[in-house]
Design a protein around this ligand. Structure first.
Ligand code: HSE
Length: 455
């Protein structure tokens, strides 16, 4: 049997997880692919750094260059994280023509285009299954399973921390700050938690999925991102009364494939951009979203991730699993390792390269032009004429109201007022809410959460 030698950079939680998984299932994998993967050397930060699985001292070094430059090493795994040293390591290995496997979503999000170009230039590959949704094989599915599909839409619950917090808020009726503090205590949220709860981690992942699905690199600055800090127990309660669950959703939607009609009732106004240019214009965004309770994504709870993919040939599909953790990540890296080892075995550069830019006319649609439905929560003074004033602003903006809830109030006192709005552009709704927010009877900044109907 042929042997492929692996040089690992990173021997912490994820690295030692990979080493352990290879010890456990390396033989099984070899019998399936006909190549044995042997770990030759592991570059670590420190020999005695804390790691969940032990690594034999003889296999460790603190010099990553020694590993990358070793001519006896065929494949490199980069599991150190960060964007500076990791980039240097990957570029160094690619220049030597060695396939690299990474789990580094932040690095790919920021520099993916250049790194994939470097892999092509040096005749090798950069694999990244573990960078998005841990153990869910979503990269391979988009790249290979759906190679014959246009991806009309992709919706992902891709951040376990946010999903855990929103799930507990819903189940316990608790507010955001209480659940976050407890999640941090229990190790489900980092301190500081910004990367997760402000949507940046989801932005990295959704950018990678959007790029792969549509064949042009989506840079992070093109992705509209909103996190979950502003979601209150009241929003979750009213959403629930209306039959919805709030999830942080990454959305990649091919706008051109959605037919908008310009009609008097303003149910689905035209998206200006899609009419001007029908060549692969895509919505790529991350924001909290009201999902109908009947939709399968509404039942994805706690730290679990899920990705719902709609292909033009296949229809709707769903992927579910653990998005993080040493074992889920190791499972994804093993899959990449098998691909890299098979390339070595057959002398190929992979049947379907990890990322091939193929859509030069692709563009991300600005959020102002994206059409959606909306949940709006206002804190208003209960007084005659208030509802009429607010409805007039929506009416003048040609935004239709599909339902209104006001719990029983007391004249002159504050009361919540909830609107569900028909389809309108984000630009129109933002402008209308700015006007509504200025009314003296509106006591705090209007809360707007988009609603996804998955049509
Ligand atoms: N912190 C991420 C999450 C996992 O909560 O899903 C790593 O991307």
């Amino acid at each position: 049997m042929q042997q492929a030698n692996l040089g690992m950079i990173g021997g912490g939680t994820v690295g030692s997880g990979l080493f352990h998984a290879l010890q456990l299932n390396g033989g099984l994998m070899a019998s399936r692919i006909g190549v044995k993967v042997a770990v030759r050397n592991i570059a670590v930060k420190a020999f005695d750094e804390p790691r969940p699985y032990p690594i034999p001292r003889l296999l460790m070094t603190t010099d990553w260059k020694e590993v990358v430059n070793d001519p006896g090493i065929h494949i490199i795994s980069e599991l150190v994280g960060g964007t500076t040293l990791a980039r240097e390591i990957i570029l160094c290995a690619l220049k030597l023509g060695k396939p690299v496997i990474t789990a580094n979503k932040a690095l790919l999000s920021a520099h993916g285009e250049q790194l994939f170009a470097a892999a092509k230039k040096y005749g090798t590959n950069l694999y990244y299954e573990a960078s998005v949704c841990g153990g869910i094989p979503i990269i391979k599915s988009l790249r290979e399973g759906f190679v014959g599909n246009r991806i009309n839409a992709l919706y992902g619950i891709v951040n376990g921390t946010c999903n855990y917090i929103l799930t507990r808020m819903k189940l316990e009726g608790a507010d955001f700050a209480t659940v976050l503090a407890d999640a941090q205590k229990q190790g489900y949220a980092e301190t500081p938690p910004d990367l997760d709860i402000d949507g940046w981690d989801a932005q990295h992942k959704i950018g990678i999925l959007a790029s792969l699905a549509h064949g042009f690199w989506v840079s992070p600055k093109e992705i509209h991102v909103e996190g979950i800090r502003h979601i209150s127990a009241m929003d979750i309660k009213f959403a629930s009364e209306l039959g919805y669950t709030i999830k942080l959703l990454g959305i990649v939607k091919q706008i051109d494939h959605i037919r908008f009609t310009i009609d008097a009732s303003n149910e689905k106004p035209a998206c200006k951009s899609s009419i001007e240019n029908r060549k692969c214009r895509v919505q790529v965004s991350v924001y909290p979203t009201l999902i109908p309770n009947s939709h399968v994504l509404a039942g994805v709870n706690h730290v679990f991730n899920a990705v719902f993919v709609r292909g033009d040939i296949v229809g709707d599909t769903l992927f579910y699993g653990r998005g993080a953790g040493k074992d889920a990540t190791a499972s994804a890296v093993l899959s990449d390792l098998a691909d890299a080892a098979l390339d070595l075995k057959f002398g190929t550069k992979h049947r379907v390269p990890p990322f091939v830019p193929h859509e030069c006319a692709g563009a991300v649609v600005p959020i102002e032009d994206v059409v959606s439905q909306y949940f709006v929560r206002l804190d208003v003074t209960d007084r005659p004429g208030v509802l009429a004033k607010i409805a007039a602003i929506f009416g003048l903006s040609k935004i239709g109201i599909s339902s209104v809830i006001q719990p029983e109030g007391h004249e002159g006192k504050s009361v919540p007022l909830i609107f569900m709005l028909h389809y309108a552009t984000n630009g129109a709704v933002t402008k209308a809410l700015a006007g509504i927010g200025k009314l003296s009877v509106v006591k705090s900044k209007p809360v707007m959460i988009r609603v996804e109907s998955f049509e």
